[in-house]
Ligand binder design. Structure first.
Ligand SMILES: Nc1ncnc2c1ncn2[C@@H]1O[C@H](COP(=O)(O)OP(=O)(O)O)[C@@H](O)[C@H]1O
Ligand SMILES: [Mg+2]
Length: 236
């Protein structure tokens, strides 16, 4: 189980997130929602130790998560990635194997097979030699999903994977999420769609600097919670 306890991140004397506590169970998909600037990306980065935390603690199976980062796959927001860097699709997915094999070793036959299966799972096999920068948004997102699959992690963090993608890619992403769930993995996914895709999540978190609500859909998606999170009513 992932346990986040009283987490806070402070950027230049301003609290981006504060007092965040929740737990995620294996075999569950959690959806993290909130307006732009709510601190969603910061929460993931704070959990992973990618930004300094001002207070709080994060543990996985009762041990500090920062000592177990090999078990974590993280797919950042796509618009935060430098796309000019020349690298092929296959190499990006192979990077998912680095925590298992180390930086300077040739990939093993096992790793090559895992990468092949991951590329096939997201329907990107025929693009393996393409440059990542030449792909559409949806194709790029599939490649990063394949990299996360290839990592064989226990904990998965996806930052806005559904932005600017095609419908088929969205379907593939949710299919893979369900497969990871069946394998008892733990997933935290940032999304903006409080509409038709909401049924995919076992647990919802509403964030606006503070955690407004966490738990089952029916309990979380009240008008009051949505108003507190977004400052206005949205239909859902
Ligand atoms: N590296 C940074 N330095 C200073 N402020 C930041 C930094 N990253 C994010 N922020 C600020 O922290 C707040 C939360 O940002 P972010 O976590 O990116 O929100 P979200 O992902 O919900 O849109 C915003 O006000 C943003 O401007
Ligand atoms: Mg963000």
């Amino acid at each position: 189980m992932l346990e986040v306890c009283d987490l806070a991140v402070n950027y230049r004397n301003r609290w981006a997130i504060d007092g965040i506590s929740f737990r995620l169970q294996p075999g569950h998909i959690a959806g993290l929602f909130g307006p732009n600037g709510a601190g969603k990306s910061t929460l993931i980065k704070g959990i992973l130790g990618l930004v300094p935390i001002a207070k709080g603690a994060v543990s996985y199976d009762s041990q500090p998560l920062k000592r177990q980062l090999k078990k974590v796959a993280y797919v950042p927001q796509r618009n935060k990635i430098d796309w000019d860097y020349p690298v092929t699709v296959e190499k990006v997915v192979m990077m998912g194997r680095i925590p298992a094999t180390g930086w300077f070793k040739q990939p093993s036959r096992n790793s090559r097979e895992i990468v092949e299966r991951a590329l096939s799972r997201v329907g990107m096999t025929q693009f393996r030699q393409h440059q990542i920068r030449d792909l559409s948004g949806g194709q790029q997102q599939r490649v990063f999903l394949a990299r996360a699959i290839a990592q064989e992690a226990d904990l998965f963090f996806f930052d806005e994977p559904f932005n600017n993608i095609d419908y088929r890619t969205e379907e593939i992403i949710f299919e893979v999420f369900q497969e990871l769930k069946q394998q008892q993995k733990t997933l935290l996914v940032i999304s903006h769609d409080l509409g038709k895709t909401i049924a995919n999540y076992d647990q919802l978190l509403l964030l606006n600097q503070r955690l407004i609500a966490v738990g089952e859909r029916k309990r979380v998606l009240t008008n009051q919670n949505i108003q507190q999170t977004y400052g206005k009513l949205v239909s859902c």
